[in-house]
Design a protein around this ligand. Structure first.
Ligand code: SAM
Length: 273
């Protein structure tokens, strides 16, 4: 009886980290045995060979990119469905540093402001209370936006709510101020950071400003269980490109609702020509 071995190559993505964008990729060759009299495929461990094992950077493109984007949405939807504000480490009753930097810029009633990844923050509400009429909040989690809007009642009706991922959103207009507290630092993938930078430049005309808060260099390495990138103001400015300059910055210790401390940096940035 003669035996024939038909090698078949199979690829498995054995480990996938949505947060870091890495995929552990295993490529094996499996021999299917059959004898000459009857086709009786049989796999034996002796015929399995690992021919490729690699960890590769997974970019947000194509169908697997869609999966990454879906995973980002489901992470944040789950967070906001399962936790109330007092269970969110980033929650703050008073967005005082952001508002103080708005004063430095000279934000007034005529200013248009977008809060990127605003979640259930009180920042937009405070701006409406200050008399602004053109305030938008964008977030990848619709659950967060619905909750925030519901809590705000009539004030919520004065805010434009945008359910979108900042890296793939198609902005249709410009704003005077882009505000982001604890969103950019989640972009651990260079392609995502570059997409964010493009969106920022689409939304801000020369002379406009951005307030971007991230964990500082001595801040936590994770947020909401996801890895983050920590920045100092100069490093942040550099990542955002040549047209961005640093106006001023603040170092801030945030106290979580359960009393632990997190070191943040808030950068006020200006878009040049
Ligand atoms: C740490 S929370 C900060 C929320 C809010 N900025 C604050 O200061 O309370 C991060 C927020 O960003 C949102 N988010 C995360 N990645 C995003 C993305 N790629 N596009 C838009 N929103 C995003 C999350 O849903 C969440 O509301």
């Amino acid at each position: 009886m003669a035996l024939f071995v038909f090698p078949v190559e199979v690829t498995f993505n054995v480990l996938r980290s949505p947060a870091s964008g890495f995929v552990l990729h295993l490529n094996v060759r499996i021999g299917l045995r059959a004898d000459t009299h009857e086709f009786r495929p049989k796999v034996s461990f002796a015929d399995i060979a690992v021919i490729d094992l690699k960890l590769h950077d997974h970019h947000l493109t194509g169908s697997s990119g869609d999966t990454m984007a879906d995973e980002r949405v489901s992470h944040w939807e789950e967070v906001y469905r399962e936790k109330d504000d007092t269970q969110l480490s980033w929650h703050q009753d008073d967005p005082s540093i952001s508002l103080e930097l708005c004063d430095v810029v000279g934000v007034d009633n005529a200013s248009s402001v977008i809060d990127i990844g605003g979640g259930t923050s009180h920042f937009a509400e405070r701006l409406i209370e200050r008399g602004l009429s053109d305030v938008s909040v964008l977030d990848v989690s619709k659950a967060a936006l619905d909750r925030s809007r519901g809590q705000l009642g009539a004030v919520g009706e004065q805010i434009e709510w945008i359910a979108a991922d900042v890296t793939t959103w198609s902005p249709e207009r410009s704003y005077d101020l882009w505000h982001d507290r604890a969103v950019f630092h989640f972009l651990v993938d260079a392609d995502d950071r570059s997409a964010y930078r493009d969106q920022l430049h689409r939304c801000l005309l020369p002379g406009s400003h951005a307030i971007i808060a991230t964990f500082a260099l001595d801040g936590p390495k994770k947020c909401s269980g996801l890895p983050i990138v920590r920045y100092d103001p100069e490093g942040l400015c550099e990542v955002l490109g040549d047209r961005i300059s640093l106006v001023t910055h603040r170092k801030h210790t945030h106290h979580t609702p359960w009393g632990s401390s997190q070191s943040f940096q808030f950068s006020l940035l200006r878009v040049g020509q």
